[in-house]
Design a protein around this ligand. Sequence first.
Ligand SMILES: C[S@@+](CC[C@H](N)C(=O)[O-])C[C@H]1O[C@@H](n2cnc3c(N)ncnc32)[C@H](O)[C@@H]1O
Length: 277
Amino acid sequence: MKEKNSPVSELILQLRGVDVSKYDDSFLNKSLQKRIRETHCITEESYYNYLEQNNKEGEYFLDSLNISYTGFFRNPLTFAVLEGIILPSIVLKNANTKRKEIRIWSAACAAGQETYSLAILLEELKNGDNEKMNFRIFATDQDDVQVNEARDGKYFAAALNNVNLKRVNQWFTKPGDTYSVKQELKMNIDFSVFDLFSEQLGCPPASIFGDFDLVVCANLLFYYKPDYQKKILEKTGNCLVNDGYLITGEAERDVLMRHNYREVFPQSAIFQKIACG
Ligand SMILES: C[S@@+](CC[C@H](N)C(=O)[O-])C[C@H]1O[C@@H](n2cnc3c(N)ncnc32)[C@H](O)[C@@H]1O
């Protein structure tokens, strides 16, 4: 039986046509309490009335649910294992099977830091001993504002704290106050808007058929209820090649372990599907 939505969730559905019941209860409640404090409403009942009477509040409430915090090389262990073990092994496997390119989906790319971190590692591999290697990254997010920022690739210095100086000098220019990602790093990336709950689309249309060696779906699962986490994992899992890799956030490793995935290196948050039968 479907759980009953809170009055505020019902009102959001009426006013904005968005069903927020997919969000994890405690996350939803924390966001609601924050909006109650910020609007000085004190009780949920008075917030309900405020929401009913203030056109813009529905939008602010929904914005408060869209957390876009991210960073370059966000989980250092994941990126170290990717750089040292996983990506070189994909290069080798693809060379042996004569596959034309490495295909990656950065499935909740926010403002692009995750995607450009992956691109830096791949460019470095290419410039090492693998000049024949090709790659393509399909970077998507449900939020068009984030996708436009990602495509733009402009960051304040503080955002580059986890990027070493050699990489900053090689892959960024600094025309003014901000650092800009060089065009050559953007060349193999396709940015687009994509909702992981889309009923119509199984993978980013630009990728045509998915077929990804690696999908990064990090730091969004924990905002959703288990049934919705399952939907996301089905979608991303269906787009992987046999033996493909799925990466989550550090705090989401348990979710994957409950869904028939095994972690390929302890604590790395890099997983492969356990073959059935
Ligand atoms: C906290 S950020 C994480 C960004 C990056 N993956 C990382 O690990 O640093 C979560 C991102 O997930 C996106 N997101 C949330 N739900 C989504 C959905 N249903 N489909 C696509 N993107 C979604 C948000 O817009 C946001 O940019």
